[in-house]
Design a protein around this ligand. Structure first.
Ligand code: GAP
Length: 444
C-alpha cells in the first residue's frame, strides 16, 4: 500500500463535513464568514487536544495551577495592557471592489474579482494603509452609553495577570510557577481564512510562567523545547514541525524574545503557538494602573521583586487542525483507496469500535453490547455498530481515526475471544474479550 495524491485543504474540509468533525456555522442560513462549528467527532477531538494540554501543563506538574477567568473584563485591563492603543493591524481597501486586506499580507492575498491577481495588481487602486483595532466591542448592561463599553478579550493572558495577587495569596505558589488557562478569545481579523486556522472566535491554551528575572533565559529555552516536544509526542511528524525565532521587528510591544512553533500546512509554514519572554511588562503596568502591589515577596532573601513571565501561547483550534492534517492519508490498497486518520490514540474521538459480524446473531449482539458497556463504564469512548458489511464499517472507522476495531464472530461465542484490527497496519489478531480493557488502557 502507498499514499496517493496530494493532501489538500479541500480534502480535509470535505472529510470534516462528511464525518462530522467541523461544519460551517449557521449553514442553513448560508453560513457566517470564518465561523465554524465542531460536530460530534470534532468536539471530542478538540476536547482531547485540550485535555492533553491541560494534563501536560497542569495536572502532571506541581509548579503550575489552573484558572478560568471571565471573557468580559474591566476596560482598564485593555488600556493598561496596550491593546486599546496598539492591538491593531494595518488595513487597506480596494477602491473598486471595496474588499479589505491586511497591508502586511498583500503578497499572499488575492483579488476577490480576479483571483489570479494580487490586490492592487487588478484594475482596483488601494487606499493608504490605516490601523484597524482588532478588539470586538460590546455593551455591558441595558444602558447604551460610552461608559458601558467593554471588549471581548483578545487573549486569555490578561485574565492571568490581573489574578496574579489572588493566586499567590490563595495557593502558596512561589516563582518559578505558572498559571494556565484554556478559553475563548475574539479578534476582528481583517482577513480570516484557511478553514479553522484564522478565525474571529477561537480558543487559546495559554500559560504564564512567573520566574525570577535572572532565570528568564533558562526558562524560555525550557518552554520552547517542552512545547515543541508536546506536538511530537502526540504524533505530529518531525519534518512538518519547526521553531522560528522572531526578528526584532516582529516582536510584540511587551516581548524581548519570541519563537513560534510552526507547522507545514498545505498552505505553507504557519504558527501553531508562540513562546514569548514578556519580561515584567504586564505585572508592572497593572500594578501602576491599579495601585495594587503585584510583586512577590521572597521570605528567604527578604526582598520584593516583580517576576518575569515566559508565556507559551497556543491555539486549540490550530493544534486540532494540525493533528487532523498531519494524520490524514489516502492510502492505495489493492482494489481501492482508503481514507484514514492516523490520529494518536489519546486524541482519537472514538477509541474502540465494537462490531458484531452478524446483526441477527443474538449471542454476538449481546457480547458486543456488553463489551461496549464495559469500556464506556471505564471511561473509554466505544462505538457500537452492527449495520452494513464489515469492510464498510472498518472504512468508516478509519475515516474517524478510530485506532482499534473489535469484531465478534462465531468463534467468539465458542471461546470468548474477539478479533482486534489495528487501524494503521490493518493487521488482525485474536485476544480474549477480557483482555480488551487492559489492552486499550495501555495503548491510550
Ligand atoms: N497572549 C499571547 C497571544 O495571544 P498570539 O500569538 O496572538 O499570542 C497565541 O496568540 C495563539 O493563539 C496563536 O499561536 C494561535 O495558535 C492562536 N490564535 C491567535 N489568533 C488566532 C485566530 N485568529 N484564529 C485562530 N487561532 C488564533
Amino acid at each position: 500500500m502507498s499514499a496517493v495524491d496530494e493532501k489538500t485543504m479541500e480534502k480535509i474540509v470535505a472529510l470534516c463535513k462528511r464525518r462530522g468533525f467541523v461544519f460551517p456555522s449557521s449553514e442553513i442560513y448560508g453560513g457566517l464568514n470564518s465561523c465554524w462549528d465542531y460536530g460530534p467527532l470534532g468536539v471530542e477531538l478538540k476536547r482531547n487536544v485540550k485535555e492533553a494540554w491541560w494534563r501536560s501543563m497542569v495536572t502532571s506538574r506541581d509548579d503550575i495551577v489552573g484558572l478560568d477567568a471571565s471573557i468580559l473584563m474591566h476596560p482598564k485591563v485593555w488600556e493598561t495592557s496596550g491593546h486599546v492603543a496598539g492591538f491593531s493591524d494595518p488595513m487597506v481597501d480596494c477602491k473598486k471592489c471595496k474588499a479589505r486586506f491586511r497591508a502586511d499580507h498583500l503578497e499572499t492575498a488575492r483579488c476577490p474579482e480576479k483571483p489570479s491577481k494580487k490586490p492592487g495588481e487588478c484594475a482596483g487602486e488601494l487606499t493608504e494603509a490605516r490601523q484597524f483595532n482588532l478588539m470586538f466591542k460590546t455593551q455591558l448592561g441595558p444602558v447604551e452609553d460610552s461608559g458601558a463599553v467593554v471588549f471581548l478579550r483578545p487573549e486569555t493572558a490578561q485574565g492571568i495577570f490581573v489574578n496574579f495577587k489572588s493566586v499567590v495569596e490563595s495557593s502558596r505558589v512561589k516563582p518559578p510557577f505558572g498559571v494556565a488557562q484554556i478559553g475563548k478569545s475574539f479578534r476582528n481579523e481583517i482577513t480570516p481564512g484557511n478553514f479553522t486556522f484564522r478565525t474571529r472566535e477561537f480558543e487559546q491554551m495559554e500559560m504564564e510562567f512567573f520566574v525570577p528575572p535572572d532565570e528568564a533565559g533558562k526558562w524560555y529555552d525550557y518552554w520552547c523545547e517542552t512545547r515543541r516536544q508536546w506536538y511530537l509526542d502526540l504524533g505530529l511528524r518531525e519534518e512538518n514541525l519547526r521553531m522560528r525565532t522572531h526578528g526584532d521587528d516582529e516582536l510584540a510591544h511587551y516581548s524581548v524574545g519570541c519563537a513560534d512553533v510552526e507547522y507545514l500546512f498545505p498552505f505553507g509554514w504557519s504558527e501553531l503557538e508562540g513562546v514569548a519572554n514578556r519580561t515584567d511588562f504586564d505585572l508592572k503596568r497593572h500594578s501602576e494602573a491599579s495601585g495594587e502591589n503585584l510583586t512577590f515577596f521572597d521570605n528567604e532573601t527578604n526582598t520584593h521583586f516583580t517576576p518575569y513571565v515566559i508565556e507559551p501561547a497556543a491555539g486549540a483550534d490550530r493544534a486540532t487542525l494540525a493533528f487532523l492534517v498531519d494524520s490524514f492519508e489516502e492510502e492505495k490498497l489493492e482494489k481501492e483507496t482508503r481514507t484514514v486518520l492516523h490520529l494518536h490514540p489519546r486524541l482519537a474521538p472514538i477509541k474502540a469500535a465494537i462490531l458484531p459480524l452478524v446483526k441477527r446473531e443474538e449471542g454476538m449482539v449481546k457480547m458486543g453490547q456488553e463489551l461496549a458497556k464495559q469500556l464506556r463504564d471505564a471511561g473509554i469512548s466505544a462505538f457500537y455498530d452492527e449495520k452494513s458489511a464489515i469492510g464498510r464499517r472498518y472504512r468508516r472507522m478509519d475515516e474517524a481515526g478510530t485506532p482499534y476495531c473489535f469484531t465478534i464472530d462465531s468463534t467468539s461465542l465458542e471461546d470468548g475471544t474477539v478479533t482486534v484490527r489495528d487501524r494503521d497496519s490493518m493487521e488482525q489478531s485474536r485476544m480474549s474479550a477480557q483482555e480488551v480493557l487492559p489492552f486499550l488502557r495501555e495503548k491510550i
